[in-house]
Design a protein around this ligand. Structure first.
Ligand code: SF4
Ligand code: SF4
Length: 726
């Protein structure tokens, strides 16, 4: 039985232990490092986004009709000689399978890899009933012998080294095994498992597809054990989640075009097996196999009716959302999911294994969007994760104090900004240069991995009138959406923007009623507060009044563009404004390159070496990747590429307060990569990332400066007089 901690404190202990496991870190790093390139190669010539949309659309058409598809499948499969069963719960599914085994005088069972069987804890149930059950997928067999759960949906034993396996096989065989003799170990597995196949009375498989039109199940496998499990023993039981039902072969083939490519970067898996009805089997009475299909509901049919969460049923279990998740890469699946691993695991655990098992793990998400980008069924995983978190908070009715305080502050902009101004006075005794000398008392020592900045003496809004110039006949009217950090911590970023745009005919305005974008509230599961704040901002700046709404904060930009539409979907009166807002919000680099079309002649030709950190909410949230780099080189700076530029820096707003150990490790890796690239300055376009990266560089005493891209580009700007004199 898998034990997932129910409270944050115990959960964090497991995370810290995993972070100390150097083998795990190195293995996951090597795998995750190679995955993006091999995946890209596998999808060469295929429009991934279009395919994902197609699959999502087809799945969304099937999901509300699962019961109808089940009826159709049952009729066709029965015609082909299959007994079809329906289990409402995991226990019912396990009991049905145990009964089939008893009725057929089964003693030994071989099993193919099945996440659905992991979900129901089928092995434990059958063993309690006295059956011998052997997993036959190599990875699954290994973890079965170790009595642990899978750490990845596709590669269940990825957390183990060859030494771990040699030690295990030494116990199994009673002979010392050489960890360097991988072939020898594979032979041992083959020898042991072959015998089990020959002795088995029953084979249990899962299925990747259940095709309603023909009553066919489809299995996508690589080791060949799936074929042996479904063909050799006299009884075959397939345990299938009802979400695997598709109307026809065409729908299954569409999914097959994405599944192996996304899961293991293979164009096609080694075996794809289609089974329609029982086959000939010499060991079965009448030489005909006894075949059963057990469909599992376990909450799926209720989930299918949920307008939002039904999207989780699109999942085809490719495991990619774990492969790219920066947290999974650090701590592995035993600490990043319950039975289902990775981003989808944080969601499904709540629905299939209950609130207790989900409540700690669901908080462990940076909202970095990496999973969303690779999901072949276009599930907005980070959004659903936050929605699960919110649901748990609402059901439990026990909100953390900081949620209540944030809600109180954000509901009233004047109060919120008054508190920020007060903080600037209150911090004086703790100030040391631009930073707090030590952390406020509510933070423990483990939060001390970066230095925290002071709140600015004068926020941007208070200096705005004195620094913003009036422009005669402006080319563009632009509202600046400052966000809390640019406004109250880094006003110099706003000053840099105004300096840069001075001679481009841009009339900037600062709508004074704007407030926090609301993303921190959403990250903490406070959707209602996020919605309130969204309404405040929409009222504060009417998009119709401006050509653009520019923000120097990638997170604010992505939230305004993407999430406001979701948050305000039930406010038809605001629909036009929300849609205008989405179209008019623009990031700094895109504004400079695509709108102002700045040229190299405006800048000094010589500049230092700069590395770039690509904020999650810019590169994935808004799809902006080329403009920042183009702007750096236009501004005469020498851009040096650092490893993993687009991997999250570990900030994630309140995430870094909840999981300082993860945040610190991600930051460390990021800074190591920047140092290795030989940069003098690290540039990014999100004040949240500046806070994390600059605080980290300060803490390690590095000479590398961290700046917002607006600041470094402004430093390179030449006055028009100098340009003319050149
Ligand atoms: S959620 Fe998407 S990426 Fe994750 S396993 Fe399912 S299909 Fe794959
Ligand atoms: S948003 Fe990022 S941190 Fe959260 S689950 Fe997805 S990949 Fe992991």
């Amino acid at each position: 039985m898998i034990n997932t901690p129910h409270d944050l404190k115990t959960y964090r202990k497991g995370l810290k232990k995993a972070l100390g496991n150097t083998f795990l870190g190195a293995t996951l790093d090597a795998f995750a490092g190679a995955y993006p390139a091999s995946r890209a190669k596998a999808f060469a010539g295929i429009d991934f986004d279009a395919l994902a949309c197609e699959i999502a659309k087809a799945k969304d058409e099937s999901i509300p009709n699962l019961e109808k598809l089940l009826e159709e499948f049952t009729a066709r499969a029965q015609e082909a000689g299959v007994s079809v069963h329906f289990a409402r719960t995991a226990f019912e599914a396990n009991s049905i399978i145990a009964s089939i085994a008893k009725e057929n005088g089964v003693k030994r069972i071989v099993k193919g890899k099945s996440m659905t069987a992991e979900e129901t804890f089928l092995n434990a149930h059958l063993e309690r009933e006295g059956f011998e059950v052997t997993e036959t997928d190599l990875g699954e067999w290994i973890i079965q012998l170790r009595k642990e759960g899978p750490s990845h949906m596709v590669m269940p034993a990825i957390h183990l080294s060859r030494r771990d396996i040699a030690e295990l096989f030494s116990k199994v065989t009673g002979q010392i095994q050489d960890p360097d003799d991988i072939n020898g170990m594979v032979k041992i597995a083959r020898r042991e498992l072959r015998q089990k196949f020959l002795e088995a009375d029953m084979g249990i498989s899962g299925a990747n597809f259940a095709i309603a039109a023909t009553g066919t199940i489809g299995l996508v496998t690589n080791e060949g054990n799936g074929r042996l499990v479904t063909t050799l023993p006299r009884v075959h039981v397939a345990l299938v989640g009802v979400d695997k039902l598709v109307p026809d072969l065409k729908s299954a083939l569409r999914i097959l075009a994405a599944l192996p490519r996304n899961a293991t970067a293979q164009l096609i898996s080694t075996y794809v097996t289609w089974i329609t009805g029982p086959t000939e089997c010499k060991s079965a009475p009448g030489s005909r196999k006894n075949m059963h299909i057990v469909f599992l509901d376990n909450g799926r049919l209720a989930l299918a009716k949920d307008p939002l969460f039904s999207r989780a049923l699109r999942c085809i279990r490719c495991g990619a959302c774990a492969n790219v998740c920066p947290i999974y890469k650090l701590v592995g699946g035993h600490n990043y999911g319950h039975v289902y691993i990775g981003a989808i695991g944080l969601i499904l655990t709540f629905f299939y294994h209950g609130r207790q098992n989900a409540r700690a793990i669901v908080k462990n998400c940076l909202n970095c969007q990496a999973c969303k980008k690779v999901c072949p069924t276009a599930i907005d995983l980070p959004y659903l994760i936050k929605e699960v978190h919110r649901t748990i908070l609402n059901v439990e009715g026990k909100k953390p104090l900081r949620n209540l305080l944030l809600k109180k502050a954000l509901e009233n902009r004047r109060l919120f900004h008054f508190l920020l101004r007060r903080a600037s006075l209150a911090q004086k005794p703790l100030a040391e240069g631009q930073y707090l000398r030590h952390l406020p008392f509510l933070f423990s020592e483990e939060h001390n991995f970066r230095r925290l900045p002071l709140v600015a003496k004068v926020p941007l809004r208070d200096m705005w009138e004195s620094i913003n110039q009036r422009v005669e006949n402006p080319r563009y009217r632009v509202a600046l959406f400052a966000g809390c950090l640019t406004d109250f911590v880094y006003p110099e970023q706003g000053q840099a923007l105004l300096r840069l745009c001075r001679d481009h005919g841009v009339q900037f305005e600062f709508p004074m009623e704007q407030t926090c974008c609301g993303l921190p509230a959403q990250m903490m599961g406070e959707k209602e507060t996020a919605r309130d704040v969204a309404v405040q901002n929409i009222k504060a700046m009417d998009p119709a009044d401006y050509d653009y709404i520019l923000t120097l904060c990638a997170s604010c930009g992505s939230h305004l563009k993407e999430n406001y539409a979701k948050l305000l979907s039930e406010e038809p009166a605001l629909a036009v404004k929300v849609s205008q807002l989405r179209d008019k919000v623009i990031d700094f680099s895109s504004f400079m390159i695509n709108v102002l079309k700045v040229g190299a002649e405006e800048f000094r030709r010589v500049g230092g070496k700069v590395a770039y950190h690509s904020p999650c909410h810019l590169c994935r949230g808004q799809g902006v990747t080329k403009e920042p780099r183009e702007l750096l080189s236009t501004a005469g700076l020498e851009y040096v590429a650092a490893k993993d530029e687009d991997v999250c820096c570990g900030f994630g707003g309140s995430f870094s307060a909840d999981f300082p150990e993860i945040s610190a490790e991600l930051l460390k890796r990021k800074l190591d990569n920047v140092e290795a690239a030989g940069a003098e300055t690290l540039v990014t376009d999100c004040p949240g990332c500046v806070l994390q990266l600059r605080g980290g560089m300060q803490k390690r005493g590095s000479g590398i400066k961290v700046k917002h891209i607006a600041e470094v580009v402004a430093e390179q700007k030449q006055s028009p007089q100098r340009r003319r004199g050149r």
